[in-house]
Design a binder for this molecule. Structure first.
Ligand SMILES: Cc1cc2nc3c(=O)[nH]c(=O)nc-3n(C[C@H](O)[C@H](O)[C@H](O)COP(=O)(O)O)c2cc1C
Length: 365
């Protein structure tokens, strides 16, 4: 357990010193104001996590382009400078209690959850591949729109820095915009943005290049990376391509990689249900091991971590440098303090009832 409470420094200048190895994985909380700004409920939620010693808190995904980038109403936004002030306040709250704040940035692409009556646009994506959950076929992006995404991500990185966040995380997972580029299932383009892995990752390299020019070399940039779409077969993302993508991310200046997987159409691959034994925990540990062997930047593992002893063995065994939790911190926002005081395991039942449109909450609390 001791190693989990030891600090870790992230970033080229090792400027992001996290007090322990516990990460709150990005969690959309369904509590944002309708205009995308942070609500008082959200300030309270993050305060509680910081008070209870979560070392690194990653925000829920904030969307970088309005309106097409939004997954659903009530999602937090970072598409223009008016949102900086809210994140400045949030960073201040988190810092007051010794935690660090990383802003996760995202574009929905084809994976738009709800199109309301006001949503008159057609989702855009690398290729017009019908979403089997929503039935929506996105419009194929023009090259101009790809360049617009690159600018939008870079600008969001700069806003995170301006707000005093400790870093930013590119969301390249769970079937959202950037992961749609790296998966051959959703990216069937024949131009320089599709085809080979080199081409499918071009947008990531361009975002890093443009973003680094705005934030400099020392501002920590993390990535949450899909290691599977959640479907087997050569038409989907392979672990081999994910490992190669991790290498590419490291070489273009990403400072840490959080290992995840899944997309909406694959069901509960991202947040697996019914984790009732230690053997069922850490369901992306094989992928993390492969990525850890390929890169020298810190690797963060998420997905089904419930027992302190499992988390410890992942870090001491060199599978990951940090452990990341989502549902356990919805069930017990004070879990890290509880761990330090002797609790051995999260009480989370992995039932996924916490996905609550009225605001995340655990029905068993
Ligand atoms: C309510 C809820 C909201 C989530 N929102 C996000 C998000 O905004 N960004 C993200 O990368 N992952 C999101 N996830 C996925 C989690 O960060 C995490 O990868 C997944 O739940 C597995 O970890 P766990 O077993 O600790 O819950 C969300 C999961 C849940 C349950």
């Amino acid at each position: 357990m001791r190693i989990l409470f030891e600090p870790l420094a992230i970033g080229a200048a090792r400027s992001l010193v996290v007090r322990n190895r516990f990460v709150r994985s990005a969690t959309h909380d369904f509590m944002g104001n309708v205009d995308g700004s942070l609500s008082d409920r959200e300030f309270d939620l993050y305060r509680t996590l910081a008070v209870h010693e979560v070392g690194l808190i990653i925000t829920g995904h904030a969307y970088v382009l309005h309106p097409e980038g939004r997954v659903r109403p009530g999602q937090n936004a970072i598409y223009d400078n008016s949102f900086i002030e809210g994140y400045r306040k949030l960073a201040g709250i988190v810092h007051e209690y010794g935690s660090k704040l990383v802003l996760q940035i995202n574009h929905a692409g084809r994976q738009v959850d709800i199109l309301t009556k006001e949503d008159v646009w057609t989702p855009v994506a690398p290729s017009p591949v019908t979403n089997r959950v929503t039935g929506i076929t996105p419009r194929e992006m023009t090259e101009g729109e790809i360049l617009q995404w690159i600018e939008a991500y870079a600008a969001a990185m700069a806003r995170a820095k301006a707000a005093g966040c400790d870093g930013v995380q590119l969301h390249i997972a769970h079937g959202y915009g950037l992961s749609q580029f790296i998966s051959p299932h959703t990216n069937r383009r024949r131009d320089m943005w599709g085809g080979s892995l080199e081409n499918r990752t071009r947008i990531l390299r361009e975002i890093m290049s443009r973003g680094r020019r705005l934030v400099g070399d020392d501002f920590p940039v993390l990535a949450k990376l899909n290691t599977t779409d959640g479907f087997a077969g050569p038409e989907y993302l392979t672990l081999e391509d994910a490992v190669a993508t991790a290498r590419i991310l490291e070489s273009c200046g990403v400072d840490a990689i959080e290992v995840s997987g899944g997309m909406k159409e694959a069901g509960d691959v991202m947040s697996r249900k019914d984790i009732n034994s230690q053997e069922q925990e850490a369901y992306f540990s094989g992928a993390a091991r492969a990525i850890k062997a390929a890169v020298s930047i810190p690797v963060i593992l998420v997905g089904g971590l419930r027992s302190l002893s499992v988390m410890e063995s992942l870090v001491t065994g060199g599978v990951a440098d940090m452990v990341s939790l989502c549902r356990p911190l919805i069930r017990e926002p004070d879990l890290i303090s509880r761990f330090r005081n002797g609790q051995a395991k999260s009480a989370c039942r992995s039932c996924n009832a916490c996905f609550n449109p009225g605001g995340i909450q655990c029905p068993y609390k």
